[in-house]
Design a protein around this ligand. Structure first.
Ligand code: DGL
Length: 281
């Protein structure tokens, strides 16, 4: 049971992404748990994270998580695959235990996505599409192996898909070339793939083109719904955390970039108007 937010004091779930992409995850969270309050932080000024080094992604993510803690969020979701791949473990194991309040929690998006894989694949051959950083970390491969070591995983980095989405070219004819390029690479590496994981927050915005070029029998897993269901399950298992969160159904946005730009793109990602506040990290 959460607390009502009627006195205007909200205790939100913090949702962090390098930029806009995490809004696809936020949508899934709000569909699964519409009663909760959310505070979204996009580090748009320093995005994309996808081709940054491990140390830089860890440091930027750590700053953002502690900013969300300072805003009163006891639970932060890393809605960014690159941050989940490169920073989550260090934050959970190094930073949280020595922080002011070690009962705060940080969760990522890779584990909830991977948990769905074994029940979906029939051939046991999976494709993972993600940023160069996520692919280089092999986080998906390792997590899938923990869930079912018999599953074959082919990982392909798609460095041009994020810029296509950010530049609003996802529906344009130029996108077809780059969508086909990486899908051909994936299917060329393993023709038995029957399930493809979209392991990057931006890729749901390319869904129509990905669907068009993938053979019809291949299932495509987008993360938003899976992460939403996983958080609902987590809060049922952790009533002490559920009880700390307020129930006002609100959503606030913070960005490290220009707010007008954020609000325009946030509307594209969520389909709802957004009014953000500028912050520095
Ligand atoms: N949010 C990132 C991810 O899911 C994509 C954008 C970026 O590279 O920062 O990996």
């Amino acid at each position: 049971m959460g607390v009502a937010a009627c006195d205007g004091h909200t205790v939100s779930v913090g949702v962090f992404d390098s930029g806009y992409g995490g809004l696809t995850i936020l949508k899934g969270l709000r569909e699964a748990l519409p009663e909760l309050d959310y505070l979204y932080l996009g580090d748009n000024a320093r995005a994309p994270y996808g081709s940054r080094s491990f140390d830089v992604v860890y440091e930027f993510t750590r700053q953002a998580v502690f900013r969300l803690f300072d805003e009163g969020c006891p639970l932060v979701i890393l809605a960014c695959n690159t941050a989940s791949a490169k920073a989550l473990r260090s934050i959970q194991q190094k930073d949280l235990p020595t922080s002011q309040d070690p009962s705060r929690r940080v969760l990522g998006v890779i584990r909830p996505t991977v948990e769905a894989v074994p029940s979906i694949t029939r051939s046991g051959h999976i494709g993972v599409l993600a940023t160069p950083g996520t692919i280089a970390s092999h986080s998906y491969h390792m997590e899938i192996a923990k869930t079912d070591p018999g599953i074959e995983v082919v990982e392909v980095a798609c460095p041009l898909w994020v810029p296509l989405v950010e530049n609003r070219e996802a529906d344009g004819p130029g996108a077809d070339y780059f969508v086909r390029k990486y899908l051909d690479q994936l299917l060329g590496a393993d023709p038995e793939i029957d399930t493809v994981v979209l392991g990057c927050t931006h890729y749901p915005l390319l869904y129509a083109k990905i669907r068009e070029y993938l053979p019809g029998h291949i299932r495509i897993l987008s993360q938003g719904g899976l992460v939403g269901e996983s958080l609902a399950c987590y809060l049922r298992r952790h009533p002490e955390m559920a009880g700390r969160l307020s129930h006002g159904g609100t959503c606030r946005y913070m960005t490290t970039e220009n707010t007008e730009k954020f609000d325009t793109l946030a509307t594209l990602f969520t389909g709802c108007p957004a009014h953000s506040t500028h912050i520095e990290l």
